[in-house]
Design a protein around this ligand. Structure first.
Ligand code: AMP
Length: 213
């Protein structure tokens, strides 16, 4: 959990490098549904482009269906649930053992989102200041063009933060009352990551790397 631009994607990619979890990002999932022009993608696009949340029934079906595919594996959900009905639906079917909240001040977030560029096919995220690509405007791995997501444009960002306050903050109360919420405060992913890693290592065995000479 964490407001848009709090670094959920960055922290998630670090988590899956160090811990053996399958990563499911609701935003990436929706964007790939849009690229593939599926029914869910077509109905979601307008909401996303206007900084609104996709309806709960669409989201719950999409996510539970994906979780079903990784049934035998531990998972990391990023970006879902974002409303209390979504949290309740997940809790009934696949309750989370641990919920991590990234508590990042709103003013830091606004600056961060404005500089964010994405490689659409992979979901890789760059930032002009904090995590620039090797070549300006190009993805490090494929060399393809980076784009600024419609929903990262300034007018949409305020709407997303407003949604977060109204709809997503109550999800934190939901998980707090279930005793699974763990909160971390910081301005940057590099400040949050050591805290998150330390905590997760008390819950899950980190991946053991083999070092070759
Ligand atoms: P994200 O990349 O997680 O910021 O998601 C991008 C956009 O996808 C959000 O602004 C929402 O419009 C939509 N979205 C992602 N996850 C959810 C969710 N759990 N519920 C509703 N809409 C979502």
């Amino acid at each position: 959990m964490g407001p848009p631009g709090s670094g959920k994607g960055t922290i998630s990619s670090r988590i899956i490098k160090d811990f053996n979890l399958k990563h499911l990002s609701s935003g990436d999932l929706l964007r790939s549904q849009i690229i593939n022009k599926t029914a869910a993608g077509l109905s979601a696009k307008d909401y996303i482009d206007h900084g609104r949340l996709v309806p709960d029934d669409v989201m719950v079906d999409l996510i539970l269906n994906e979780l079903h595919k990784v049934e035998k594996h531990s998972w990391l959900l990023d970006g879902f649930p974002r409303t209390v009905p979504q949290a309740q639906a997940l809790h009934t079917k696949e309750p989370a053992d641990v919920v991590i909240n990234l508590n990042v001040p709103f003013e830091v977030i606004i600056d961060r989102i404005k500089g964010r560029w994405t490689h659409a096919p992979s979901g890789r995220i760059y930032h002009t200041e904090f995590n620039p690509p090797k070549v300006a405007g190009k993805d490090d791995i494929t060399g393809e063009e980076l784009i600024q997501r419609d929903d990262d444009k300034p007018e949409t960002v305020s709407k997303r933060l407003e949604n977060y306050q109204n709809l997503t903050q109550p999800v934190l109360d939901f998980y707090r009352s279930h005793g699974v919420l763990e909160e971390f405060t910081g301005r940057y992913s590099n400040e949050l990551w050591p805290q998150v890693h330390k905590f997760l290592a008390t819950k899950i065995e980190p991946i053991q790397y083999t070092h070759y000479q």
